[in-house]
Write a protein that binds this ligand. Sequence first.
Ligand SMILES: Cc1cc2nc3c(=O)[nH]c(=O)nc-3n(C[C@H](O)[C@H](O)[C@H](O)COP(=O)(O)OP(=O)(O)OC[C@H]3O[C@@H](n4cnc5c(N)ncnc54)[C@H](O)[C@@H]3O)c2cc1C
Length: 297
Amino acid sequence: MTRPLPDDLLKVPHRRDVPFARLTTLGVGGLCRWLFEPTTEGEAQAFVRACAREGLPWRVLGGGSNLVVLGDIDTPVLRLALPKIVQRDGTRITAPASHGHIALAEAAAAAGLSGLEFASGIPGSLGGAIRMNAGAYGREWVDVLARYRFITPDGELVEKAPEAGEFKYRWSFLTGGRVVLSATAQLAEGNPAAIRAQVAEYRAKRGTSQPLSKRNAGCIFKNPPGQSAGRLIDQAGLKGLRVGDAEVSPEHANFLVNHGRATAAEFAELMEQVRTRVRERHGVELEPEVEIWREHP
Ligand SMILES: Cc1cc2nc3c(=O)[nH]c(=O)nc-3n(C[C@H](O)[C@H](O)[C@H](O)COP(=O)(O)OP(=O)(O)OC[C@H]3O[C@@H](n4cnc5c(N)ncnc54)[C@H](O)[C@@H]3O)c2cc1C
């Protein structure tokens, strides 16, 4: 970024030149040139307001578990670092967006509250999960979401209950400069042993079907209508296809894994090869499910 950043923005806690390898589960990408980590809602609001006033583009990062970053990113990146306090009010729990998603599911289970078992294997932050309306095993966040709090693109604070049309399958309207700050889940009193058993069952399923011992970003491509992206990739004979240290997982064809030293360029090349060969074999255009960040062609 050649343009100097305004003083009020620079008052928000920040770090320079942080490798995206440390900020994402896939472990690739260049440098995050400006990483802003507000520790209060006020600081987050100040960040958004300053960027809006200056007309500065910016991005928001959670746990980086649904992200492939290609190269360096110069635009300021906001990553909330709010105190990880979970509040309970009867069967409702409220947590800040920067709370670990799996840790929140575990906290609910430990409190004997049922409803977040589906979340117990989905990494990342609560904010990312709300933004993505993350889900598994037939449940998704909007099923339990009672209220949420966010910053608008102009820097205003809004707290509300979800309304029709705001959340769909792996999609929410919380994009385009909106920042989720916290969320409240409406859960139910449950039998602690039954909750633990359900969590264990879901985890066992993931353990046998997903390459969890290698760094990855979950499912890379969206399922085309009525089809499974993983099956299409598998039928095209692409399991085990490798570019450098990036590989189409032999365990789950829709997972690309990092054998340790993969680069962003290798993942970009591997994704392109998968798309081309699925198009040639099935006539289907695969679309990324992961978000791709790239600033320099
Ligand atoms: C092993 C593995 C298994 C997975 N399994 C599942 C699964 O079963 N179901 C599923 O749905 N997903 C799954 N995922 C994908 C991923 O974990 C989810 O999409 C997760 O909710 C993303 O959260 P995050 O904090 O990591 O978001 P990031 O990857 O950091 O960001 C994702 C998007 O959310 C935005 N975002 C992040 N934080 C905020 C915020 N506070 N406010 C507004 N926008 C924000 C980002 O700008 C970006 O657009 C899996 C991933 C992995 C690695």
